[in-house]
Design a protein around this ligand. Structure first.
Ligand code: NAI
Length: 335
């Protein structure tokens, strides 16, 4: 199938080409650097399949334009699909496929990296030592052993993260409207309120839905323990940035680790080092010594990218031949 691949980086090209080679060059890949937004939809004209990533904009206008230009299949190279207007896709008869699980380990391990780095202030120590400053004043951490960690969302990533925390000797609490027997082996389910009130570290592993938008707002922050560590490797809009900035200023939030950001689509995955960042909330976050931000790289391991490329092309092949599974998402399934 002819596939227009949007938001292409060198690694996308490399791993997709490799997967296509293993597929016997079943697909014709056209790599496009721009993000898929209203203005760039003409680039997809005549392509039956479009491959998109998390910061591509698949709203109603874009989907209608793609449909008009002959696109039938949207192959997401991500697990999350909150950036797709599924109702419009269904209305137009567009098939939307995703990569349901490529490496939950990659995200769980990055989450742990944020927790440990923030706690032991590795980001600050790194700079100090390079600057010949060997003072350890201000680098005091705490033992993770014996601490209480609250996990919101006990799906694939949440459970793996919980297992890791068990090895550290943490008490692991969790909230999920759909508790699982698998998770119950390693977590104690509690209400969201109890989780906020008892956790020393809170980590978000639920999807972004209308219900979870700004799950962490001013009220949630006010019900957390003083000095709590908050980690978000899930989706930016789960967190109300302004409420969190207030929480950091008051000291209620003692540490903040983010791999995702509310308004990341205009920032992440690009080199903006020569430009003036216009997002004042983001630049405020950068001023706190106890905030550590990575630019949506939790998924970024060799294993995960290989799986993403293989499943993306397998979805396209299954759609084309009718054999195998298209990992479809529909608005009905979401409901
Ligand atoms: P999953 O679908 O296996 O698990 C999600 C869990 O969240 C489910 O158990 C579900 O019941 C639960 N959930 C749904 N609504 C909830 C609510 N209101 N409160 C609490 N829990 C709720 O998903 P998986 O694979 O574990 O991924 C979790 C999230 O991680 C994804 O939705 C995605 O946004 C994010 N992600 C981030 C990546 C990164 O690079 N930073 C890469 C991959 C995923």
């Amino acid at each position: 199938m002819r596939i227009a691949v949007f938001s292409t980086k060198t690694y996308d090209q490399h791993f997709l080409q490799q997967a296509n080679h293993e597929h016997g060059h079943a697909h014709e890949l056209t790599f496009l650097e721009p993000r898929l937004v209203e203005e760039t939809t003409p680039l997809a004209a005549g392509f039956p399949a479009v491959c998109a990533f998390v910061n591509d904009r698949l709203n109603s206008t874009v989907l209608r334009a793609l449909h008009e230009h002959g696109t039938e299949l949207i192959a997401l190279r991500s697990a999350g699909f909150n950036h797709v207007d599924l109702e419009t896709a269904d209305e137009l008869g567009l098939t939307v496929a995703r990569v349901p699980a490529y490496s939950p380990n990659a995200v769980a391990e990055h989450t742990l990296a944020l927790v440990l780095s923030l706690n032991r202030k590795i980001h600050r120590a790194y700079n100090r030592v390079r600057d010949g400053n060997f003072s350890i004043e201000g680098l005091l951490g705490f033992d993770l052993h014996g601490k209480t960690v609250g996990i919101i969302g006990t799906g694939r990533i949440g459970v793996i993260f919980a297992e890791m925390l068990q090895a550290f000797g943490c008490e692991v609490l969790a909230f999920d409207p759909y508790p699982s027997a698998e998770a119950e082996r390693v977590v104690d389910y509690v209400s969201l309120r109890e989780l906020f009130g008892r956790s020393d570290v809170i980590s978000l592993h639920c999807p972004l839905t209308p219900e979870t938008h700004h799950l962490i707002d001013a009220e949630a922050v006010s019900s957390m323990k003083d000095g709590v560590m908050l980690i978000n490797t899930s989706r930016g809009q789960l967190v109300d940035t302004i409420a969190v900035i207030e929480g950091l200023k008051s000291g209620r939030i003692g540490y903040l680790g983010l791999d995702v950001y509310e308004e990341e689509e205009n920032l992440f995955f690009e080199d903006l080092s020569e430009r003036v960042i216009q997002d004042d909330a983001f630049t405020r976050l950068l001023t706190f010594p106890n905030v550590l931000i990575t630019g949506h790289q939790a998924f970024f391991t060799r294993e995960a990218i290989t799986n993403i490329a293989e499943t993306t092309l397998a979805n396209v092949s299954a759609y084309e031949t009718g054999e195998g599974t298209v990992h479809r998402v529909t608005s009905e399934k979401l409901a």
